[in-house]
Design a protein around this ligand. Sequence first.
Ligand code: PGA
Length: 247
Amino acid sequence: MNHLVVANWKMHMTGTQASAFLDDFLARVLPDDVDVAIAPPFTAIARVGDRLRGGAIALAAQDVFWEQSGAYTGEVSPPMLTDAGCTYVIVGHSERRQYFGETDETVNRKARAALANGLTPIVCVGESGAERDAGEALARVVAQTRASLDGLGRDGVARVVMAYEPLWAIGTGKNCDADDADATMCAMRASVDGLRDARILYGGSMKAENVAAYARKPNIDGGLVGGASLDPAGFAALILAARQGMR
Ligand code: PGA
């Protein structure tokens, strides 16, 4: 399977800014053996989806609710995402867990709903700095992984993309050592049946200068990229560097 690089734009980019990004980014030559996805905020998703339709770059959402439709003000359903052109959806990002009350249980419901609707969930896990300092990082990540994937079955698990994002590395410029991340992701693979066949991404201060070190590790299949995905030239450089580093 190809490596996968996902742009997580978070709460950045108006529709107008997203269009300007794509004017530049889509004119660049990218390797055809690295899969790329862009996750815009909901307000830009239709516009970005229209531009990406039929092309090599996939559309992702940053969150989803698990019901198909109904009286859930403010929420967005899996069929709405597939209709907009999404093939991926991020679930359980640490910012959603931290600021919006996501739990392993809600992440699990969202992952199930995504799969049931033909979307590939990108399920995020990761330990805090305090958990790492206490020597609990691996146990925390394995527990989150198991709970988030509970009941998906071997086939469902193999279709998921996991993202290991240590919280202390997100947006801090302090990326996790690649060997260290690889060891954690190796343990994740062993923790749930089916994960040996799934892609696992690293996320946390990934950039063009450090992506190759991750891409060559046996358990790392790409990256979930925040800050370094907001500039079209920089994001294209990151994808090219990932290709060069690929094992
Ligand atoms: P960052 O964010 O690349 O800005 O550290 C990654 C993420 O939160 O997905």
